[in-house]
Write a protein that binds this ligand. Sequence first.
Ligand code: COA
Length: 237
Amino acid sequence: MTLFDQIFDPEIRPAIRIAAGDPRIERVPGMPDEETGLKRATERRQREFRTGRMLAREALRSLEVAPAVIPAADDRAPVWPEGIAGSITHCHDLCAAAVARKADGFVSIGLDLEPAEPLDADLVSEICADEERLWLAALPAASRGLFARTIFSAKECAYKCQYPLSGKVLDFHAMTISIDGNAGSFVARFNTDVPPFRTGDRLSGRFAIDGLHVLTAMALTSAALAYRGVHGGGRCP
Ligand SMILES: CC(C)(COP(=O)(O)OP(=O)(O)OC[C@H]1O[C@@H](n2cnc3c(N)ncnc32)[C@H](O)[C@@H]1OP(=O)(O)O)[C@@H](O)C(=O)NCCC(=O)NCCS
């Protein structure tokens, strides 16, 4: 079993395509208009960008979407082809992209990869709220750092998932993460109104950890978004 096999819930998994690969491999330039912001980037950054785009097109191909340009907006968010929701992530040795069709009910996707290394202690206070730090403190000391890393990844994942709807840059205290270690799942709760999300709304995701990486993912469906709209403070599964 790979890191990616069970990262989305079984009900939605068949409609989502994921592709993963190594960003250290040299790649041919991407499609025209895609690389305008990349001219002065380091080689490492060029490789990770090209790998992300290549994997996104690989995932789109398995959805039977023709190769399409995926430009970066001024805010760096990828501009997906019409009718597609997706997300891209990379760390130094692994890159991944996930895509799904909006016609299948998907609104947005969040994906984040991190090295499976404890989060630096000084970052924990910057990233985690009191509630999250209390939860970490109750864990065996040996696993605290890795779960702090998982909270960090879950925040980045939820940030990417909410961004196509809100267009808002959020700081790390805009959401609180609750992790269910046994279920491999987490919930990101909004601590502030970020229209169309309201304080108390929750986005749910899953995480997987192998010896090398922490992966977090979530896919927001229109049904889940509508449920939130009706029930305010409800959970967006
Ligand atoms: C944007 C951000 C989440 C990227 O995360 P990262 O760990 O640095 O990098 P990753 O490799 O996982 O992801 C980078 C990819 O995210 C995507 N991305 C960038 N900005 C994005 C946005 N606003 N919305 C959605 N996706 C975005 C891009 O595809 C990018 O890859 P590319 O530039 O090669 O296309 C991060 O840099 C950031 O700005 N974080 C601060 C905001 C935040 O996370 N707040 C927490 C709220 S609780």
